[in-house]
Design a protein around this ligand. Structure first.
Ligand SMILES: *[C@@H]1O[C@H](CO)[C@@H](O)[C@H](O)[C@H]1NC(C)=O
Ligand SMILES: *[C@@H]1O[C@H](CO)[C@@H](O)[C@H](O)[C@H]1NC(C)=O
Ligand SMILES: *[C@@H]1O[C@H](CO)[C@@H](O)[C@H](O)[C@H]1NC(C)=O
Ligand SMILES: *[C@@H]1O[C@H](CO)[C@@H](O)[C@H](O)[C@H]1NC(C)=O
Ligand SMILES: *[C@@H]1O[C@H](CO)[C@@H](O)[C@H](O)[C@H]1NC(C)=O
Ligand SMILES: *[C@@H]1O[C@H](CO)[C@@H](O)[C@H](O)[C@H]1NC(C)=O
Ligand SMILES: *[C@@H]1O[C@H](CO)[C@@H](O)[C@H](O)[C@H]1NC(C)=O
Ligand SMILES: *[C@@H]1O[C@H](CO)[C@@H](O)[C@H](O)[C@H]1NC(C)=O
Length: 379
């Protein structure tokens, strides 16, 4: 018994436990091992300095999930993902080369037997967050990098194997064949070189109560405080608001981020990726989003609470239709139903800007639940 455990561990060792991936049967590359490609192209392998074919979907498009395998995204609830340095450290160990290597003492161990440096963090304070993005298309060959919108962020990723991603309550239904999603992660510059992580998977939104589509995503701007790079104050008006595209960084083609080695783009407040559900990504989320700049006017959030459960009848079977904004503001075009966005948080270092109270730390605007409810739960 003990011997077989030791043998199993030894057989897993040559794989070099390290890095991290999103694991689920709905993913592309679920069974790809270090032998499948001429190079180590396991889902956990980092991506950098590659051409588009090599990095897009981790070059796993020829290794699709089995038909019918979807990762479910329950609108308004958390979806729990498994993130680990090896498939054997997840509940999907049965099809892993090295078998079950889960840590019986700690089911949340991302990489049993390894230190956290193996998954690129020097500790809890060195986490930079990861993201799930969605494209409302069913045919993966039709999906382009710009089609993805980040809909959920976990800023304390990749600290635990089971990682919750809050799904925005207003996520519209997917097309008949489901949606295409992907996991994205860029780790701290203090624990490893510049690298992207991407794992694509089939997903499907369940329990939708809204039909307003996700807006066209835009590249996220580096607007938060960044003390390690000498920027003490956040510049909230410089942020990208609404739907944001994942980061494509440090590859040879189709990058959208050009930050240097020691200032990687990261999924947290530094780029206005708030922790949890990205509730403001829909076509009707804002009344106005001025072009961002340090001294630009702030965006104005729409108050969509009144129409929270309304599914426009004109598009009840057509999720690609864009309902008219005028129709959904119930004829009130004089602004009485509109509310200005306030952004408040509880971290150190507040600045007052344009009459709005602003506090942004490098990492995390942690709204307390009550405030978060008041300020963000307008949907
Ligand atoms: C991408 O790089 C690989 C490996 O160097 C090469 O075989 C392939 O032809 C390249 N593809 C394109 C489209 O440049
Ligand atoms: C992965 O391998 C397992 C075990 O061989 C198999 O049952 C499963 O269908 C495979 N999945 C995919 C997506 O190829
Ligand atoms: C991130 O995942 C952890 C582990 O599952 C969870 O405790 C935490 O609540 C999640 N964060 C958010 C914002 O959902
Ligand atoms: C996606 O979920 C919806 C809502 O539960 C369901 O009606 C639909 O059949 C699912 N799509 C797929 C492809 O499974
Ligand atoms: C504003 O955003 C741009 C684009 O990300 C960035 O280069 C610049 O440093 C930011 N300026 C401030 C003051 O935040
Ligand atoms: C659904 O869409 C089809 C066109 O694709 C249309 O003929 C039909 O009337 C619509 N059904 C409803 C309930 O709107
Ligand atoms: C859905 O709505 C879009 C936009 O209005 C339209 O172009 C498309 O033809 C519609 N599809 C169906 C099946 O009705
Ligand atoms: C705005 O419209 C509402 C009803 O739609 C009305 O009661 C209110 O008086 C209007 N306010 C102004 C300033 O016109």
């Amino acid at each position: 018994m003990l011997l077989s455990v030791i043998l199993a561990l030894i057989s897993a060792l040559p794989l070099v436990l390290g890095h991290a991936a999103f694991w689920h049967t709905s993913m592309w590359g679920f069974n790809v091992t270090d032998k499948t490609f001429p190079y180590d192209n396991r889902p956990v392998a980092p991506i950098k300095n590659m051409n588009f074919t090599e990095w897009w979907f981790h070059n796993h498009l020829a290794y699709p999930p089995n038909p019918g395998d979807f990762f479910e995204l329950p609108a308004g609830k958390p979806a729990t993902a498994q993130i680990a340095c090896n498939k054997g450290a997840t509940d999907f160990f049965a099809s892993s080369e090295g078998g079950d290597i889960r840590n019986a003492q700690n089911p949340n161990d991302v990489c049993p037997g390894a230190t956290s440096q193996e998954y690129h963090t020097n500790g809890f304070d060195d986490l930079e967050g990861c993201a799930l993005a969605i494209a409302y298309k069913s045919d993966v060959n039709q999906v382009q990098p710009e089609d993805f919108t980040v809909f959920s962020v976990n800023q304390t990723c990749v600290w635990t194997r089971f990682t919750d991603f809050q799904v925005p309550a207003r996520m519209p239904p997917c097309p008949d064949g489901g949606c295409i999603c992907a996991f994205f992660w860029i780790h701290s510059p203090l624990s490893g070189g510049e690298e992207n992580y991407m794992n694509g998977f089939r997903c499907n939104v369940t329990g939708s109560t809204s039909n307003f589509p996700v807006a066209q995503s835009k590249v996220a701007r580096r607007c938060g405080a960044d003390p390690t790079n000498g920027k003490m104050q956040a510049a909230p008006a410089n942020c990208t608001y609404g739907a944001k595209t994942p980061f494509y960084w440090f590859n040879l083609e189709r990058n959208n981020m050009f930050e240097g080695t020691y200032s990687p783009p990261v999924y947290n407040d530094l780029y206005n990726f708030l922790d949890g559900a990205q509730d403001d990504i829909f076509v009707d989320s804002y009344l106005s989003i001025p072009d961002p700049a340090p001294n630009a006017p702030m965006p104005i959030l729409a108050d969509v609470s009144a129409t929270k459960t309304q599914i426009p009848s004109s598009s009840s079977n057509n999720s690609s239709a864009v309902p008219s904004l005028a129709a959904r503001t119930c004829g009130s075009s004089n602004g009485s139903s509109l509310r200005k966005r306030e952004v408040v948080d509880v971290d150190e270092g507040s600045t007052s800007w344009g009459g709005l109270i602003f506090r942004m730390s490098k990492r995390s605007r942690r709204l307390d639940l009550h405030k978060r409810h008041r300020l963000w739960h307008m949907w």
